[in-house]
Design a protein around this ligand. Structure first.
Ligand code: IPD
Ligand code: CA
Ligand code: CA
Length: 254
């Protein structure tokens, strides 16, 4: 059975119900630390388990890579899954967290979905078929002036105790833009670029599962996905998504 956006949406929305059942019972949420500044909850594990089983039942031919369970043997054609992106926000009862699912076939992203159950916002894209939010086509903003732009970022680099981190870069860029946001879910940050809600997003030290689905959604919405030097591609250690219009000026500050 071919993978379609509708079939994937049904599965991801069911995963969203599992996530919300935990989100609506936070006083009983089991939470543990994977490493300093990195949490995992029973919701992360339950959502990933559900997605791995559902996707394997429907598409046994594909491998799976989930943040919490790791990689199955077959990885040439695989699902790339972050069951809860923004776990810390989730655990604090905030609404800005998401479920991110991407299908990668021989190194190429084919389908991506990012669902924010607490906001009931569902973003998706299929290669060469556009990007959508709640069923409506979306596109990046037409902002051309960095000085008037709103940008998003994150600080995974601090979790990795990186010497060369994002603090100075953030300060430089903050002084040359109008709005700066740190929403707490990189997968959603990418979707906000695709939807024109922010004009660019960058972060260091992520993993592919944080951004795979979001990257396809940005590209299908007419945006750019590069590293901090402007090289096109998906670089989890140095990801920069933009509307294209402010990219050249932004790169001078990266
Ligand atoms: C985190 C979120 C956050 C980013 C962190 C990620 P997680 O994902 O995407 O926005 O800044 O670096 O690890 O750990 O909650 O899945
Ligand atoms: Ca994540
Ligand atoms: Ca996660």
């Amino acid at each position: 059975m071919p993978v379609t956006l509708n079939i994937l949406e049904n599965i991801v929305r069911l995963a969203g119900e599992i996530a919300l059942s935990h989100f609506n019972d936070l006083q009983n949420l089991e939470i543990s630390q994977k490493s300093p500044r990195d949490f995992v909850t029973a919701a992360d594990v339950a959502v990933e388990k559900f997605l791995q089983k559902e996707l394997a039942d429907k598409y046994p031919e594909y491998g799976f890579w989930g943040e919490e369970s790791g990689k199955t043997e077959y990885q040439d054609q695989r699902w790339i899954v972050d069951p809860i992106d923004g776990t810390h926000s989730f655990a604090k009862g905030q609404y800005f967290w998401s479920i991110s699912v991407a299908l990668e076939i021989d190194g190429e992203l084919i389908i991506g979905a990012v669902f924010a159950p607490a906001l009931d916002d569902y973003y998706c894209a299929q290669k060469d078929k556009g990007a959508f939010k709640n069923g409506k086509k979306i596109s990046v903003s037409n902002e051309l002036d960095l000085a008037n732009s709103m940008v998003g970022t994150g600080f995974a680099c601090l979790r990795s105790y990186l010497e060369e981190n994002n603090l100075e870069r953030f300060g430089r860029i903050a002084q040359r833009t109008t709005g700066q946001r740190r929403f707490g879910s990189a997968a959603m940050d990418m979707c906000l670029v695709a939807d024109g809600q922010i004009d660019a997003f960058w972060e260091q030290e992520l993993n592919l599962y944080d951004i795979a689905a979001g990257a396809l959604i940005v590209l299908e919405a007419g945006g750019t996905v590069t590293d901090f030097k402007g090289n096109n591609g998906i670089f989890p250690k140095q990801i920069l998504a933009s509307n294209g219009g402010i990219l050249k000026e932004l790169l001078t500050l990266m």
